[in-house]
Design a protein around this ligand. Structure first.
Ligand code: ADP
Ligand code: MG
Length: 351
């Protein structure tokens, strides 16, 4: 099923929850809707499900406008953050319910396979009240996945699982969606989930679409400072600069040297990802000088916090600890690893 959102808008009294959203989701795509809390993700999903009516704009399922079609007639399977299970039914019957009302064949086989996939085999004879939050969430997921709908709509379905279970559930979900090729819209605030699961990601902020692209494009070519500052842990380092001469720029009172002719001529925002910076000795030519303020040791990597100007601290990601707190260092980078943004609009302006 191809889903198309055209100028989709939802207003609640004064506030705009979703503003003129345009997205074309080809059949079989796993689309992630990513954003912070309150950015309009759930509202978008609920409109696609038919649980909320758009204020304006259209939702197409293939060539048909479905704005007026009730949820039950859209053939979508939903998984919500707040999984609602039938309390008087055992896990098995909760999972079986959508198959039963459709009188599907091979129901038992499907239930057993889905339960096994989500690690629920030993829980089939229990009641929801006997389960933990994470177990209930997996039952809700199983109840959706046991069907073969035209569309899966999922709102933070893994949010209550612990880190390890989330990792395996993510893998299973991706495999399953790929095998069955069912169009899926998946809402999350978790960028790791977004980058690992999505064929494409829609990044939203305050109800507006910021970028829609593959995970790789979103990471390598963020289209504005919001996306650059939202994706990546830690996020992209940025600084307001003013060119002064061919190879140097100033920020506040500090002058910096650039390792190549500057690709911009006007005031702008320079961005560099933490893993594209290398810690080198202080005074190394073309390295940005700074003071190490703090070092986070994370086992497989270290994040050094380096102050490069009075109000600017940059992060450097490295696999080993190369420095000490209080040390003066240089931050080396390659010209091709820089990103440039317009200081007024925040939009990407070069490379
Ligand atoms: P998200 O899922 O990204 O956290 P939501 O789509 O739930 O965001 O909400 C987007 C905005 O719309 C928020 O500011 C929220 O307060 C508002 N909103 C959501 N539902 C309602 C509602 N039923 N009535 C009024 N405001 C709402
Ligand atoms: Mg939400």
């Amino acid at each position: 099923m191809r889903i198309r959102l055209q100028d989709l808008t939802k207003r609640y009294r004064q506030s705009v929850a979703v503003s003129k959203l345009n997205v074309d989701i080809p059949s079989g795509e796993f689309l992630i809707v990513l954003g912070t809390s309150g950015s309009g993700k759930s509202t978008t999903l609920n409109m696609i499900a038919g649980l909320e009516t758009p204020t304006s704009g259209y939702i197409f399922f293939n060539e048909h406008v479905v704005n007026q079609i009730p949820p039950g007639k859209r053939d979508v399977a939903l998984v919500f953050q707040n999984y609602a299970l039938y309390p008087h039914m055992k896990v098995h019957d909760n999972i079986a319910f959508p198959l039963k009302i459709r009188k599907e064949k091979d129901a038992d086989k499907k239930i057993i396979n889905t339960a096994a996939m989500l690690g629920l085999t030993t829980l089939l004879q229990k009641y929801p009240k006997e389960l933990s939050g994470g177990e209930r969430q997996r039952v809700a997921l199983a109840r959706a996945l046991v069907r073969n709908p035209q569309v899966f709509l999922m709102d933070e379905p893994l949010s209550n699982l612990d880190a390890r279970l989330r990792l395996t559930a993510r893998g299973e979900l991706k495999k399953l969606q790929r095998d069955r090729n069912i169009t899926t819209v998946y809402v999350t605030h978790d960028q790791t989930e977004a980058l690992t699961l999505g064929d494409r990601i829609v990044v939203m902020d305050k109800g507006s679409l910021q970028q829609v692209d593959t995970p790789n494009e979103i990471y390598q070519k963020p289209q504005n400072t919001f996306v650059a500052g939202f994706i990546g842990t830690p996020p992209m380092n940025m600084i307001n600069i003013k060119p002064c001469g061919d190879r140097s720029f100033v920020s506040g009172e500090t002058t910096f040297e650039f390792p190549a002719p500057l690709p911009v001529k006007m005031n702008c925002i320079l961005g560099i990802r933490p893993e594209k910076l290398t810690l080198v000795p202080a005074h190394t030519p073309y390295a940005i000088p700074g003071l190490v303020e703090y070092i986070e040791y994370l086992g497989h990597e270290t994040i050094s916090h380096v102050k490069i100007a009075p109000n600017v601290t940059w992060y450097v990601k490295d696999t080993v600890e190369r420095t000490r707190v209080g040390e003066l260092v240089g931050l080396k980078f390659l010209p091709e690893d820089t990103h440039w943004f317009d200081p007024v609009t925040g939009g990407r302006i070069a490379n």
